[in-house]
Design a binder for this molecule. Structure first.
Ligand SMILES: Cc1cc2nc3c(=O)[nH]c(=O)nc-3n(C[C@H](O)[C@H](O)[C@H](O)COP(=O)(O)O)c2cc1C
Length: 417
């Protein structure tokens, strides 16, 4: 396996002992590790341990004779930088660009294309505090990859979210950034359709487009090319490097997808848009039937109006037939509510039977709330490929699937635990 240069930043958490284990495993895998520790980190784990494991002096100070330029040199030296564990203090400091210690300076000096992973570790109340939530969101927007935390018994005795991710899973994330992999062209649909009733009124849905946008950012962070086919109403800021094409109603979404898939060789399509099952066929106003006309505003003084809807064909069934690349990997979504696992699996099975989807992400409406987003990804054999609880987990799962890591030998087998 290739050897990479990893900058391991450690901050003052009770979970610092896990950084010793992580360092040991990275070294065993043949990587070079340079440890940078905050002064507080060294109250939890000793310099001797890290120097012994890495064969390199631990760096702490910005102003140290002989290493005054470490904040620039190391930022340029590394293939990947990781903050493990990351305290609330460091997360908040980095979010606003604070550079009063070496870790802060290294963050600002890191080249744009060098990945930075942050592994938060703290008490649940700290993790869910507005300041920390805001800082993590801001760092995500700055291109930092925020690793999930684990749930369980915390050092303070409380049970909840906030445990530092295990060294084993962290290495899996690190390798996913470092492993040379073919870059892919991915098309992601995002947001909801709007079916016009007249020039000012419409039928739409509550899809925000946030999940699809997060997935798009994840793929872009990993160097893939992304086309985001987004609803004109989705109030999102698409990732900088994405190509954006907009749609409004079912027909325009179908037209855009057809044109993109026919003209460009896409490797994958993640169909996360909420597509209207119906469109307006005609209107019955005071017993007169009229065609929907987007150039006309209907009077608001009519005494009665009914809307006749007609079914749109299932778009997901058509997508592979449009595709220039006949090996396109298609991922669909199935949203249900109040179903038990067996009933939900049956719905997923129906979607596989009726569409050429290769993967289906199942969600339950009751388990989606802001960043929390419980999901299960199924393959065509109805095997569970991945599960998770947040939008971030979902983005990473889909990235993992499209990178086909599961098909490659698992590098973790080489770690001597
Ligand atoms: C025993 C102990 C455990 C701590 N564990 C954590 C922790 O897990 N996460 C955290 O954010 N802060 C924790 N702290 C508080 C940080 O050490 C403190 O905020 C410190 O200023 C962080 O500095 P640094 O970010 O520069 O390393 C802990 C403090 C003590 C005394």
């Amino acid at each position: 396996m290739s050897s990479y240069k990893i900058l391991l930043n450690i901050t003052g958490s009770i979970a610092c002992y896990k950084a010793c284990e992580l360092t040991s495993q990275l070294i065993q895998l043949g990587h070079e590790v340079q440890v940078v520790a905050s002064n507080n980190a060294l109250k939890f784990a000793g310099e001797a341990t890290f120097e012994g494991l890495t064969g390199r002096r631990v760096l702490t100070e910005t102003f140290k004779p002989g290493q005054m330029m470490a904040h620039i040199d190391l930022a340029n030296w590394c293939d990947l930088s990781l903050i493990y564990p990351a305290t609330a203090n460091t997360i908040n400091t980095l979010a606003f660009g604070g550079a009063s210690n070496l870790i802060g300076s290294l963050y600002l000096a890191l080249p744009q294309n060098t990945p930075l992973l942050i592994a938060p570790a703290m008490n649940t109340k700290m993790l869910t505090h507005h300041a920390v939530v805001k800082s993590l969101k801001s760092l995500g927007e700055q291109g930092v990859f925020i690793l999930p935390t684990e749930s369980g018994t915390l050092a303070c005795g409380e049970i909840g979210e906030g445990k530092l991710l295990s060294p084993l899973i962290t290495i899996k994330h690190i390798l996913s950034f470092l492993k040379p992999k073919p870059l892919k062209k991915i098309l992601i649909t995002c947001g909801g359709t709007i079916e016009a009733i007249d020039g000012v009124r419409s039928i739409t849905n509550f899809s925000s487009g946030n999940t699809a946008n997060l997935i798009a950012s994840e793929f872009i962070k990993h160097g893939h090319q992304v086309t985001l086919v987004k609803s004109v109403t989705a109030a999102i800021t698409p990732p900088l490097k994405s190509k954006v094409v907009e749609f409004s109603n079912y027909e325009s979404l179908q037209r855009v997808l057809r044109s993109e898939l026919e003209n460009t060789h896409y490797d994958g399509l993640i169909h996360a848009a909420a597509v209207s099952d119906f469109k307006v066929e005609s209107l019955s106003i005071d017993n007169n039937t009229v065609e929907p006309d987007e150039s006309v505003k209907l009077s608001s003084l009519n005494s009665s109006m009914s809307i006749n809807l007609t079914r749109n064909p299932k778009l997901i069934n058509l997508l592979k037939s449009y595709s220039k690349n006949k090996k396109l990997i298609l991922c669909g979504f199935k949203l249900t509510q109040n179903l038990n696992n067996i009933e939900a699996k049956k719905k997923v099975d129906d979607l596989f039977k009726n569409s050429p989807a290769d993967f289906v992400v199942h969600n339950d409406l009751n388990h989606i709330n802001g960043p929390l987003h419980e999901f299960t990804v199924f393959n065509r054999n109805l095997n569970i490929v991945n599960t998770g609880t947040t939008k971030n987990d979902l983005s990473f799962s889909l990235l993992d699937i499209f990178n086909s890591t599961a098909l490659e030998p698992n590098p973790l087998n080489e770690v001597n635990l």
